[in-house]
Design a binder for this molecule. Structure first.
Ligand code: GDP
Ligand code: MN
Length: 385
């Protein structure tokens, strides 16, 4: 789960790290008001879950509240496109912060390193907008330290990684508290990525976290009550957000064949099978085990929220989930929903016979195997145009 810059910065602030003063606005008027309160030159930053906002035009400096208004007006609602994110994202909020006079830009990051099975701390003197390029062309400019979970981040570890990145003892004195704070925040939030880029040194010699990026482990949200509130906000797709509210695992895939199945593995197979039959899956939707009628109805509703869907494929293997339950769910959903696209149903396993009997005499198209089901729905969707 990705956090917005302003959310990550609030966490860093809570952990005592130096962060510029600022607030979030969703309108140009709001941005202007914040700039007036701050009473100095501000920077207006698009709050979108993507890197490279600077290059995409999502970061603007403003000397006066009126300029802040104009900058926010230009950023809000505009699609920002960067090399890291070619399809782009629309900013619905901007962070308005006091601008800082940046002298140097460092990179500091922590993430999970699966090879060493440690959290790895990374540091570079070449921070700023081109860190990906630095990583690709000058990997030696980034020093890495695998952190022993029992020892934690030690003073000698900090010296080792900073010297490795070419810092002097002066740099160690300046950055050690930042590294310690970031590491504490990372652990306390169950993050799997925390980055400060740039970690800026100002003209007057202060260090400040000019940008912050964090992603959290969703599996730990049960013990991160305060951060769980950010979860829904982190989901960009409205159908995915609705699925989250309804407790269903839905992923939008962009095609036109809606897919519902039980069990993540089976649904992934079905997605592949539809693609192999020449179709483009609209979504992944796992209704899980023991799916009852109302759950199936919820699932159909979700899939049909996508206006591109031209056909719907059910692939159910009855184990815990009984075939007749699913059949009843499908019929109930159709009775209340007026689904206009063709629906192919493949039922196998526990109570599949009973399920098929319930579906007989309805417009639903039965299929014996997953392959046959995929072929049929792709054909029907193509016919439907
Ligand atoms: P990103 O491009 O999405 O990573 O956004 P950043 O927040 O890192 O901003 C990109 C660049 O904008 C930074 O590397 C800085 O050079 C510049 N920048 C960001 N905030 C400020 C600021 O307050 N003052 C100045 N002068 N430059 C800033
Ligand atoms: Mn950045």
């Amino acid at each position: 789960m990705k956090l917005h810059e302003y959310q990550a910065k609030q966490i860093l602030r809570d952990f005592g790290l130096p962060v510029p003063n600022g607030e979030v606005a969703t309108t140009p008027e709001g941005a202007k008001a914040i700039a007036e309160r701050l009473g100095k030159r501000v920077v207006i930053k698009a709050q979108v879950h993507m890197g490279g906002r600077g290059k995409a035009g999502g970061i603007k400096l403003a000397d006066t509240p009126d300029e802040a208004y104009a900058a926010a007006k230009e950023i809000l609602g505009k699609r920002l496109i960067s090399p890291q994110n070619p399809q782009g994202m629309v900013a619905e909020a901007v962070l308005v912060e006091e601008a800082i006079e940046i002298e140097k830009e460092y990179y500091i990051g922590i993430t999970v390193d699966r090879t060493t099975q440690r959290n790895a701390l990374m540091v570079s003197q070449q921070g700023g907008m081109d860190i990906e390029e630095v990583a690709a062309t000058h990997p030696e400019a980034i020093a890495t330290l695998p952190v022993d979970p029992l020892l934690g981040l030690t003073d000698y570890g900090i010296r080792e990684v900073l010297f490795g990145a070419g810092f002097t003892m002066e740099g160690v004195k300046m950055l050690a508290p930042i590294l310690q704070g970031l590491y504490r925040a990372y652990l306390a939030c169950d993050a799997n990525l925390a980055e400060i880029n740039p970690c800026a040194v100002t003209r007057d010699g202060r260090v400040i976290c000019a940008d912050a990026k964090m992603t959290l482990d969703e599996n730990a949200l049960y013990r991160q009550k305060r951060l769980a509130q950010y979860h829904e906000e982190s989901i960009e797709d409205p159908i995915e957000a609705e699925a989250q509210r309804r407790g269903l695992a839905y992923v939008r895939l962009g095609g036109d064949i809606g897919i519902i199945g039980n069990g993540a593995g089976l649904v992934m197979c079905t997605v592949d099978e539809v693609a192999r039959a020449g179709g483009r899956p609209a979504n992944f939707l796992d209704i899980g085990g023991g799916a009852k009628a109302d759950r199936v109805r919820n699932a159909v509703e979700l899939v049909m929220m996508d206006p591109n869907v031209k056909g719907l494929l059910f692939n159910i293997f009855g184990g815990i989930t009984r075939g007749d339950e699913v059949a009843r769910g499908i019929l109930e959903a159709l009775a209340t929903l007026e689904v206009k696209v063709p629906i192919v149903v493949r039922l196998a396993g526990t109570h599949a016979e009973e399920g098929r009997a319930l579906l007989a005499g309805t417009p639903l198209i039965p299929a014996e195997t997953m392959q046959e089901a995929a072929r049929k729905i792709v054909e029907l969707a193509q016919q439907a145009g």
